[in-house]
Design a protein around this ligand. Structure first.
Ligand code: S3P
Length: 174
């Protein structure tokens, strides 16, 4: 089975809906950030603080290459995976890439009590930071043809939609 790759901004439900979709599809769920944390023995925040963002992006890139070589997985990427176009190229080769879109206000609502996202921690005005980052990345997310607007969806609805899109892409032409 082709991988199912979820891309999208922080708070777009990649991990929670992805986990549920993997269960429904009987595929293995992989959360890239969790795997990076496990392998480094440090949280993403600690990696950003001690080694810097470039170090994190380097390891994110290496993990994309590794996961793109496999199959049968639902992969929840980190929100910044789109920043390197090589990542999407590799992930698309062996997987169906689905972008989970989320509006800035909803992303803010969903992430405002979390403390594990370094790009949102260092700012006094989180909403403004989300709007800025989302504006910078919007064209990258919107260039992905399979796109779901998750802003008004529950996690269950989002998982259903992810499964529907994935089945449509993998069963087409059979
Ligand atoms: C990031 C998103 C995070 C994590 C890191 C950087 C980003 O993942 O990879 O903090 O650049 O948007 P989530 O999208 O899972 O929060």
């Amino acid at each position: 089975m082709k991988n199912l790759v979820l891309v999208g901004f922080m708070g777009s439900g990649k991990s929670s809906a992805g986990r549920l979709a993997a269960k429904r599809l009987r595929m293995t769920f992989v959360d890239m950030d969790d795997l990076i944390e496990k392998r480094h023995g440090q949280t993403i925040s600690q990696i950003f603080a001690k080694k810097g963002e470039a170090f994190f992006r380097h390891h994110e890139r290496a993990l994309v290459r590794e996961l793109s070589a496999g199959q049968d997985c639902v992969i929840a990427t980190g929100g910044g995976v789109v920043l390197d176009p090589n990542n999407l190229r590799d992930l698309s080769r062996t997987g169906v890439v689905i972008c989970c879109w989320v509006d800035a206000r909803v992303a803010h609502e969903r992430t405002k009590h979390t403390k594990y996202r370094p790009l949102l921690e260092s700012t006094a005005d989180r909403l403004k930071q989300i709007e800025t980052l989302l504006r910078q990345r919007e064209s990258l997310y919107k260039a992905i043809p399979n796109r779901i607007d998750t802003s008004a969806m529950t996690v269950e609805q989002q998982a259903d939609e992810i499964v529907r899109v994935y089945r449509g892409k993998t069963q087409a032409g059979r």
